[in-house]
Design a protein around this ligand. Structure first.
Ligand code: C2O
Ligand code: CU
Ligand code: CU
Length: 491
């Protein structure tokens, strides 16, 4: 298996022809099939109401609906304040925020703030269930560097289905540094939520996820738009890419081979922009790039196949057409952020995580009542992830990290900034330097898991408590049944 995987990369093309007919290695593609006829939808910016103490209050309603992805065809979907995906939330560092999350789905769900540093009870993970018809009202103060984060359900065992049906949205945090980049939402600051889908012959979302990785679709939606084009009117455009797919990874580039500037990873701006032609995002990862355009240029954002499994597939994602006159032109600054890269002290605690062929972590499946790790709040540690299974990735709640190395080598240039999710190739050992949140909680654990949603649902997840430093040995190892929060017995 190992040798085989190594052969696929250099001889990818050979394999396409040589093994055509062998399903798992055939390159899935939509190239040549699209006409780029539908204007890219831009999720609306959600307007908060301002409470007397300045808190920005947002209302989100999870609800079923129908969406016209294909002209004239009605598809049953789920959405947040709409029929598919949710609005973009945009706040600044220092803001106090509160939410009413109303569940009109007719079944239990949750809403998790992926990438957010917050009190564990507000995290929206598997323990903060919102029963059908109920409202969940979390609140916290935004206290982290600017970043493109996102929100999505996290009900244990149901995350894949709930996200796939359409529950997800972008959550942008600004700070003084991020505002120096193009920031005019929908004009020169464009969200791109990329998702692969399988459709049935009558245009419904197929939930057939019978691959080792879960759902791998052969059609692409960007911001819920099928066959999309975008007209840009600025000479420098910032794109915020979110891989909102259940399992597929994308290797992004442009068909005219143009380079662009990577300016942010998942959890914040880079110190300096990096010029790239390609970069990869596995499920849950984000990146911000700035692309320069000349008047009347056209190019296609494409994902290039880079292997087998979740990295297989060549997909046209979005045609971009530049207007005949473009506004603005000041090149982006060479210094983006002055936030120090995450460094761990020499005596930092090192923890080991083994991903197995059975899709377990350290030979265990997720147990809602078991605490797997106890971490002193506000500290930094090294986590080593050893992948003895298929391709996975690894995400940690209420934390940011820097990838130290992958198989003892520096991570790729596009993955050296602040992150909260990292791709773990088959057979790889990945070391990350993790900075944990400051809020302690002995009742509500946080999660670490594979962000391939089927793997996560099937139990490829563990729980950790953040505790007052020095009190680790007194922390519970199990949660009682009432450790599961229901909306009315919480705060
Ligand atoms: Cu994007 Cu534990 O989640
Ligand atoms: Cu998360
Ligand atoms: Cu996995």
């Amino acid at each position: 298996m190992k040798l085989y995987r190594r052969l696929i990369v250099p001889f990818g093309l050979l394999l396409v022809f040589g093994l055509a007919g062998c399903n798992s290695n055939e390159t899935v593609t939509n190239v040549g099939k699209l006409e780029f006829q539908q204007a890219l939808k831009i999720p609306e910016l959600l307007e908060p109401t301002i409470e007397s103490d300045g808190t920005k209050h947002f209302s989100l309603t999870m609800e079923p609906g129908t969406t016209e992805f294909f002209p004239g065809e009605i598809t049953d979907t789920w959405g947040i304040n709409g029929s598919y995906l949710g609005p973009t939330i945009r706040v600044s560092r220092g803001d106090k925020v509160s939410f009413d999350v109303v569940n009109k789905l007719g079944e239990t769900s949750t809403l998790h703030w992926h990438g957010m540093m917050l009190p564990p009870a507000m995290d929206g993970g598997p323990h903060q269930m919102i029963e059908a018809g109920e409202t969940w009202s979390p609140h916290w103060t935004i206290d982290q560097p600017s970043a493109t984060t996102w929100y999505h359900p996290h009900l244990h065992g149901k995350t894949a289905q709930h996200v796939y049906r359409g529950l997800a949205g972008m959550f942008i945090i600004d700070d003084e540094d991020s505002k120096k980049l193009p920031s005019n939402y929908g004009v020169d600051d464009i969200p791109l939520i990329v998702q692969d889908k399988l459709f049935t012959s009558d245009g419904q979302l197929s939930e057939d996820d019978d691959t080792p990785y879960g759902m791998l679709g052969d059609e692409i939606l960007v911001n819920g738009t099928y066959d999309p084009f975008l007209k840009v009117t600025a000479s420098q455009v910032r794109f915020r890419l979110l891989n909102g797919s259940n399992a597929r990874a994308y290797n992004f580039g442009f068909t005219d081979g143009r380079s662009f500037q990577l300016v942010a990873n998942d959890a914040g701006l880079l110190n300096e922009p990096v010029t790239l032609e390609r970069f990869m995002l596995s499920p849950g990862e984000r990146a911000e790039i700035v692309v320069a355009f000349e008047p009347e240029e056209e190019t296609i954002l494409r994902s290039y196949s880079s292997g087998a499994g979740i990295t297989n597939g060549e997909f046209d994602l979005l045609k971009i057409v530049a207007d005949s006159e473009l506004t603005g032109s000041s090149p982006i600054s060479k210094q983006l952020s002055s936030i120090e890269p995450i460094e761990v002290p020499a005596d930092a605690k090192v923890r080991q995580f083994k991903l197995t062929m059975e899709n377990e972590i350290n030979d265990k499946l997720m147990d809602m009542y078991r605490i797997d790790e106890v971490v002193p709040a506000g500290t930094k540690e090294i986590w080593e992830i050893h992948n003895f299974g298929s391709e996975h990735n690894f995400h940690i709640h209420d934390a940011a990290f820097r990838v130290l190395d992958i198989n003892d080598k520096e991570p790729p240039e596009y993955a050296r900034g602040r992150k909260d999710t990292v791709f773990i190739p088959h057979g790889a050992s990945v070391r990350i330097a993790v900075e944990f949140g400051n809020y302690t909680d002995l009742n509500y654990p946080l999660m670490y898991h594979c962000h391939l949603l089927k793997h996560e649902d099937e139990g490829m997840m563990g729980q950790f408590l953040l505790v007052e430093p020095g009190t680790e040995s007194q922390a519970p190892t199990e949660l009682r049944d009432d450790g599961v929060e229901h909306p009315h017995n919480g705060h």
